[in-house]
Design a protein around this ligand. Sequence first.
Ligand SMILES: C[S@@+](CC[C@H](N)C(=O)[O-])C[C@H]1O[C@@H](n2cnc3c(N)ncnc32)[C@H](O)[C@@H]1O
Length: 154
Amino acid sequence: MKEETEGKSKYSPFSFASMASFWQPEYLVESGWIEHIPFAFWLVENARPKMLVELGAYTGLSYFTFCQTIKNLKIKSKCFAVDTWLGDEQTGFYDPGTYDDVFKYNQDIYGGFSSLIHAPFSNRAYNERICSINFQIHDKRIRLISSRSLWFSI
Ligand SMILES: C[S@@+](CC[C@H](N)C(=O)[O-])C[C@H]1O[C@@H](n2cnc3c(N)ncnc32)[C@H](O)[C@@H]1O
């Protein structure tokens, strides 16, 4: 049952929120991910990952939201986005030039700590490049790893 405190419910959809949750994204493109931006700011702020990996970055909306948080909060972190930048059956197949735009924005704004890995998820090369973390990546899950790494997948 809902508890009331001075006329206000102590349960609020915003009880998790921090100042970061209300930041404006500096990079905004059309994406099915858009309504998750406040949560993304909050999550990275609170997890403060030493490493962040996103599987499936597409035009970069979610990924650059993570990167913005890392940069604004001066978190010492290495970030990676892994994608073929070709699309898939769910998203649809798109113009390979999408990668060029994402690459340029990444280099210009987040090049100091963020790298794009233009490869399929199944490619072992990116595992070697990223780190020695020995765990399986599970599709469509966010995994918080004890070594303070955050993995996001589409
Ligand atoms: C739903 S979109 C990602 C949306 C994105 N996070 C955003 O903020 O808009 C999925 C992406 O995953 C990529 N993808 C799907 N399967 C892949 C695979 N096996 N290897 C690499 N990339 C893959 C697609 O190319 C596509 O860009």
